[in-house]
Design a protein around this ligand. Structure first.
Ligand code: ZN
Length: 189
């Protein structure tokens, strides 16, 4: 979050991005977080948290959706080397969420494998559809974050780590307009 404040203000440190750092982490890595975010070209976690080499595991899928391969990738750090933080990061004006919202509302499947993304977003759509609000697509993007973070926190391999207090699973939302990351759920005490 300190890195994100630098991103918002423009006072960037660009840490851990030189040949010394490359050599330091060449043999082993110890990232402090695992971020699951969207493929959106405007939401690169390393930039918007002002991090560098070896700081983050990053998973990016359309709409920050998960399947078993993605979930396994998120679990890798916490389960094998004690990575203490998982962040599920949704964002403003998510094209994947918007397309899925329209597809599900109109009952028209998306073409090809895009339909797998719409299907994965179905629970968030259902929640947004019930909750409504002035901007249901934005409600759906936020619902996707909180539902996914809740699922990860409760899954059988991560739940014991959360219970022990060695892992936090945070849901967050990124504003394209301001560059600010807002924590929605799961902030550690
Ligand atoms: Zn997106």
């Amino acid at each position: 979050m300190e890195g994100n404040r630098r991103w918002v203000s423009g006072d960037l440190h660009h840490p851990d991005r030189d040949p010394n750092r490359r050599q330091l982490v060449a043999q082993e890595q110890e990232p402090f977080g695992a971020i699951l975010s969207c493929i959106d070209s405007r939401v690169p976690p390393e930039l918007l948290f002002d991090t560098g080499l070896g700081n983050l595991y990053v998973m990016r899928t359309g709409g920050a959706t998960v399947d078993p391969v993605v979930t396994g990738s998120v679990e890798y750090g916490p389960m094998t080397s004690g990575t203490p933080l998982v962040v599920v990061l949704g964002h403003q004006r998510c094209g994947a969420v918007k397309a899925a919202y329209e597809s599900l509302r109109e009952g028209k499947p998306l073409p090809g494998n895009l339909q797998a993304i719409a299907k994965a977003l179905q629970p968030a759509y259902a929640q947004a559809h019930r909750g409504g609000g002035a901007d249901p697509v934005d409600t759906m993007a936020r619902a996707q974050v909180t539902l996914t973070a809740t699922d990860l926190r409760a899954n059988k391999d991560l739940a014991p780590l959360v219970k022990k207090g060695t892992l936090a699973v945070v849901g967050a939302y990124y504003s394209l307009d301001t560059g600010k990351v807002e924590v929605l759920t799961g902030a550690p005490a």
